[in-house]
Design a protein around this ligand. Structure first.
Ligand code: SAM
Length: 704
């Protein structure tokens, strides 16, 4: 048989797919980087709802394409061509937002996706459900007729210049704490509450007065300021908060934590500012005035009178949730103020009245996404950028000291509202199913980058969502979306052509703790329809997530073993991975090994997340992922490699990136080195500790 060489010169004479020997790492990295700047626009179908660590579609298109194609033509040569892998089946056992599934069906294959998290299974079903444009627009109009004006009623104020009623875009709030002597302290670290994202260019800023709560215009860097309302002189850069402490008027320093009542309710909030939209389209900052407090109180009173479908589940203890619980956020309902609960509740109630279940669920998915931008954990990003910083900007649940209240229905100048996300998320995602496109880099004749374009390289996505393997098997096209632990799949042995996935990393995102936020709203309304919503929270037994690498490795191994069972002997299992520490890689090695698999090739590629473990993040940011390509152990034949070969491979691959103008950090070099070590030691059956030792020496050996 012909000897096929990969990107570091290893031969793969028994390769059954082109992915085992070829990956256009530079070209795909460039496209992926382009995609990552506006992923919601470039792959809207995977961004119909929040999910964490969603992967880049172009990378996964290349992986699926390579995994389903026999050795021969290179992946890049046919990347922008239309393909039809009908009859082939791709599995993703860690489905997330459905990136692998989408790319597989775009290439004409069938796909099976499984996730243990009910929110994932729900959102993926919604993402791939085709709906007629006119139907969904009609449903939106009907909702608009029924609830929009009722909701918008609660987001209005008076224009002080004209006396007219104008819509409010945002309300500004601040948390307050009480000292033992009864002094109420607002948790401001500065009194500048709005400034431009590029303040040096646009220094204008909004400042709130600590004495009268008046709002005046100043500069972002003012250190001496006279309040335009009461004449009070103060330094806008010096609020009572510094780090984790506050200073009272008499100069006493308190830890904020010590001022939170133990076992009580979350801190009080005070509304202090309003950003409203004037009739001529300009925006105006105002202090919170009597009418604003009165309107809020009206909403609060109405909430008490209404019977609305609101969440009542508790926030369980956990890695991410404990920070919120420390601020007495014990119920998911506490994450919202009364007006938010009222308006979200009214909207949800009306959505539940939609008779067409398919359309109703599309709207439920949109509604759930809106929650992320309408709660007290959101904050203001400033002028000149998307105004609302959503609650999950760092994969954590951090109580916000100065929350931003968005308007639930919104208007044309809003972001993160029901009406704006309807256009930017839902309609865009549905359109992508009809016109799926790829991002391409435009260059001049000399190869200089000119920008990007969209290239249609797939037929419309027409894969029907089926409910069982039997149904999928007999259909020409289809998508099987499962919910459950992927270590037990209802899929027959040796039936899958390729397993393409992105597993959880052992100390990264705690998916189910975060997704409980959505689950708390969705479960009560969906639990009678989907049995997987009928549970206390969105966690599930078997969830791969543990801070101990050995436990994590065991969990991952049971899913990989199952994937190995359902995989055809000729198939590959490929997944993306990066980690900054030897134990992260040793855990993966052990999981692969115990599952009866072996890594045969590794392809570094530009990753979506610039991440590393907190300790090394600043020094060695990682921007590469390794695509680890595995075969069943008995079919994994690779050239023997020594550590010196690993180092040489790192130099070769890093050199290719650098030649293409991409920087490669020591963190990235370790990603490449660790991935190559997985190949070098693939069949050596090392223990976790032995592999960790090898990887520790690679860690030092590959640094420059
Ligand atoms: C890294 S994410 C996948 C992200 C995905 N690649 C994307 O682009 O959206 C990992 C997923 O694995 C899921 N998961 C964890 N343990 C699981 C298990 N035992 N069975 C199925 N899914 C699991 C998590 O809920 C999470 O959605």
């Amino acid at each position: 048989m012909e000897k096929i060489k990969d990107n570091v010169g290893n031969t793969h004479k028994d390769a059954s797919s082109v992915l085992e020997c070829d990956f256009p790492m530079i070209e795909i990295s460039e496209v992926a980087e382009q995609e990552s700047w506006r992923k919601e626009i470039n792959r809207p179908v995977y961004h119909i709802h929040k999910w964490w660590a969603t992967r880049l579609g172009s990378v996964f298109r290349a992986i699926v394409l390579g995994a389903l194609s026999p050795p021969g033509k290179g992946i890049w040569d046919v990347f922008y061509e239309k393909h039809n892998f009908s009859g082939k089946v791709v599995l993703d056992p860690f489905m997330g937002s459905g990136t692998t599934l989408g790319e597989a069906v775009k290439l004409g294959a069938k796909a099976v996706g499984c996730d243990i998290n009910p929110v994932s299974s729900f959102l993926v079903r919604q993402a791939f459900t085709p709906v007629h444009d006119s139907k969904i627009k009609a449903a939106f109009s009907s909702l608009e007729d029924k609830v929009a004006s009722e909701i918008k009623y609660y987001y209005r104020t008076v224009d002080p210049h004209t006396g007219g009623i104008i819509p409010v875009l945002y309300y500004f709030w601040v948390k307050t704490v009480f000292t033992p002597t009864g002094e109420e302290i607002p948790l401001f670290s500065r009194y500048v509450f709005s400034q431009n994202a590029y303040p040096k260019k646009k220094p204008k800023a909004q400042i709130v007065c600590p004495k009268c709560w008046g709002v005046s215009e100043g500069r972002y860097d003012d250190t001496e300021f006279i309040c335009g309302s009461c004449g009070h002189e103060f330094n806008p850069q010096k609020g009572p908060v510094s780090g984790q402490s506050v200073t009272s008027k008499d100069g006493k320093l308190y830890r904020i934590k010590d001022l939170l009542s133990e076992g009580g309710s979350p801190p009080k909030h005070r509304m202090y500012g309003v950003l409203a939209l004037r009739q001529d389209g300009s925006k105006i900052y105002l202090p919170a005035r009597e009418q604003d407090f009165a309107l809020y109180n009206e909403a609060k009173k109405r909430l008490e009178e209404e019977n609305l479908p609101l969440p009542d589940s508790p926030v369980r203890e956990g890695h991410n949730t404990n920070q919120a619980r420390g601020y007495n956020y014990k119920y998911w309902r506490d994450f919202f103020n009364s007006r938010q609960l009222l308006c979200l509740g009214m909207l949800l109630k009306e959505i539940l009245n939609i008779e067409d279940r398919v359309i109703q669920e599309q709207m439920l998915c949109l509604f759930s996404g809106v929650l992320e931008f309408n709660n007290l954990f959101c904050s203001f990003k400033g002028e000149g950028t998307g105004a609302v910083r959503h609650m999950f900007s760092n994969h954590i649940l951090k109580p916000e000291r100065t929350p931003l209240e968005n308007s639930v229905w919104g208007n044309k100048k809003s972001s993160g509202t029901f009406s704006t996300l309807f256009e930017s998320r839902l309609l865009r995602a549905k359109k992508y199913l009809d016109d799926p496109f790829e991002v391409a880099i435009k260059r001049d004749l000399l190869g200089k980058r000119l920008g990007s374009s969209k290239v249609v390289a797939s037929s419309p996505v027409e894969a029907k969502i089926v409910e069982s393997w039997e149904e999928l098997d007999s259909a020409e096209k289809g998508l099987l979306v499962l919910n459950g632990d992927s270590s037990k799949l209802s899929v027959p042995e040796k039936s899958i052509d390729a397993v393409i996935t992105d597993p959880p990393y052992f100390d990264f995102v705690h998916y189910s703790e975060l997704s409980d936020f959505f689950f708390a709203w969705l479960s009560p309304v969906l639990k009678d329809r989907y049995e997987w919503f009928s549970r206390a929270d969105s966690s599930g037994e078997g969830e791969v997530q543990h801070k101990d690498p050995l436990v994590f490795s065991r969990q991952l191994s049971s899913v990989f073993s199952e994937a190995c069972r359902v995989l055809k002997d000729t198939g590959v299992l490929a997944f993306s991975f990066h980690h900054s520490r030897p134990e992260g890689w040793a855990a993966i090695y052990e999981a692969i090994n115990n599952a009866g698999l072996a890594v045969v090739t590794a392809h570094p590629v530009h990753a979506e997340l610039r991440g590393a473990s907190p300790k090394t993040a600043a020094k060695d940011p990682i921007s590469l992922d390794a695509i680890l390509v595995c075969r069943k152990r008995e079919f994994a034949i690779v050239d023997k490699m020594e550590i010196k070969d690993v180092c040489r491979a790192v130099d070769t691959l890093a050199g290719k990136f650098e030649k293409a103008g991409m920087t490669v950090s020591n963190g990235d070099r370790f990603v490449i080195g660790a991935a190559e070590t997985m190949i070098a030691r693939a069949t050596d059956d090392l223990t976790f500790d032995q592999m960790k030792k090898v990887l520790t020496s690679v860690y030092s050996a590959v640094r420059v």
